[in-house]
Design a protein around this ligand. Sequence first.
Ligand SMILES: Nc1nc2c(c(=O)[nH]1)N(C=O)[C@@H](CNc1ccc(C(=O)N[C@@H](CCC(=O)O)C(=O)O)cc1)CN2
Ligand SMILES: Nc1nc2c(ncn2[C@@H]2O[C@H](COP(=O)(O)OP(=O)(O)OP(=O)(O)O)[C@@H](O)[C@H]2O)c(=O)[nH]1
Ligand SMILES: [Mg+2]
Length: 570
Amino acid sequence: MHGMSRSIAYLAWEVPMITRRLSVVNTCLGHDRNFFDRKAYIHLPYHRSTCHWKPVASLSESSQAVLRQSSISFSDSRTRFEEDKSLGNKSSDHSNGTGDTIAAIVTPTGGQHGAVEIIRLSGPSAIAIVKSLFLPARKRQVKKLRNDWNPVSHMVEYGTIIDASGALIDEVLVVPMLAPRSYTREDVIEIQCHGGGICSRRVLHLCLEAGARLAQPGEFTLRAFLNGRLDLSQAENVAQLVSAKTVSAAETALAGLQGGLSLLVQSLRAECIEMLADIDARVDFDDELPDLDTISLIQRIQKAQQQVEQALTTERRGKLLQVGIQVAIVGRPNVGKSSLLNAWSQTNKAIVTSVAGTTRDVIEAGIVVGGFPVKLLDTAGIRDTSDEVESIGVERSIVAARGADVIVMVVNAKDGWTEEDTHIFDRVLKIREMSSRVAQSMLVINKIDQASASTIAGSKFANPFDKVVATCATQRVGFEDLEAAFLELVGTGNVIVGGKMWAVNERQAEQLLRASKALERLQVSIKQNLPMDFWAVDIKEAAVAFGEVSGDDVSEEVLSRIFSKFCIGK
Ligand SMILES: Nc1nc2c(c(=O)[nH]1)N(C=O)[C@@H](CNc1ccc(C(=O)N[C@@H](CCC(=O)O)C(=O)O)cc1)CN2
Ligand SMILES: Nc1nc2c(ncn2[C@@H]2O[C@H](COP(=O)(O)OP(=O)(O)OP(=O)(O)O)[C@@H](O)[C@H]2O)c(=O)[nH]1
Ligand SMILES: [Mg+2]
């Protein structure tokens, strides 16, 4: 960094290293911000929208090393910016990830096959590979030739796929989406084959022989992320969208995919970086700049923190939408648990008889309540029994209750609250205490056609339950109240149920919480008049946490953990 004096105030645009594969050249120079705005900067192999302004001298070792290797001169006060040729070349190598072309069948492969199946290719050789297999029907020439196809982006082409010997493999439609107008921003070609599993596999095989590599789970979306088409939170919403089990879950994921959360996090991160720049500048050049207005700074921080806290309130709803809610129905034999499951799910899944001890195994029924996927678990009536099969069933009831989010205990209005009920209640409560998940509880007083529910509902026995509802399962009475109470119980915070509102996932919430804590500490540091270096530490922490959400500042490990959960072809 010879010749560089601090007063020239070179600023560098340091991009955190995203993946090792994506090289260490993360640095870019600007004479000042305006200069940068005029795009006089080195083209980076990989850069995302918001980064971190720093004096060159404070850059990381590796970034400084890159600068030293490049031909940028620091000695001239007017600054010559030269684009280093080797950097430029690297840049194009990396613009498509590893440079290879990936392929996968993107329609379902196991189980049921559809009428049409799609193979997707993405990468620099996608066109060449398809050219070598595809004979467009449209060509007017009498003699059809291989390699004689000129793809037009987003124009469907009809033709045939042939193998190396010229044998017909399938009659297909081909859709080219040329870079950067594609999902991955690379050249993407989709081949629509006949369904049934054979054609698509043969075509995929030909693509692989022609030089494509089988895509890993989530690799198309990973490329979309690496090429800046989606940020990380949007990519996570792609996975959530395709695994959504209800309309509300899908709508929530879609809202995230459309960028609601991304925009918020982006602006929060930009805000942090701006505040950090103000603070850093005063740490470095304190004598030349006016004092910071700490009152307005604290206001900015408070506003940011409020936005983070608000985003955090969406987590519970998001989790319940994505994962669903497990409800264990427990109680004495013959109180009507199976009848309740059948009535609630409007099925006949569970066997109902007047014999106590009918249900032996856990019976599941999936329903949707207020947009949330709910799994009802009907269980064997809990009692002391010498019957071997029944006692195993009772054990399973306890296990089901232990894993449930909501425990519904059913009692019988006619019998009133019995000693056995107390016994079960104790066991249910014990389960609640032992469980790491805090289950909520609901008392359902059933068979209200035979006796009034008020005796139990008004007794001390009802008090410990979060909700009390009266039903007649055989006539499907009380189920509206049951659902309303249930929704209140799972409480979705102040977010509209079923609204088109994004939600944060667990990983995002973890980072937002980290940011919120850092912003909290920051306010304390400012109020206590601690040195500005301390402020910088906290604000950096918040910026990094936001960067973890957006993917601007994320390790390869986290990336591979996220993308490995995708399905193949996504
Ligand atoms: N056949 C097919 N259907 C699909 C997908 C796909 O990849 N293939 N998608 C995959 O998940 C989803 C749609 N997502 C997509 C997103 C962007 C582009 C795309 O080509 N974007 C261009 C805009 C094209 C234009 O300019 O008209 C771009 O953003 O530049 C394609 C699909 C759902 N349906
Ligand atoms: N009158 C009336 N009978 C009901 C009601 N709910 C269930 N029953 C009857 O009560 C009996 C037992 O119902 P189940 O649903 O099998 O009871 P369970 O709690 O699952 O019993 P186990 O599986 O043995 O633990 C059946 O004859 C049902 O028809 C109700 O609300 N009113
Ligand atoms: Mg039963």
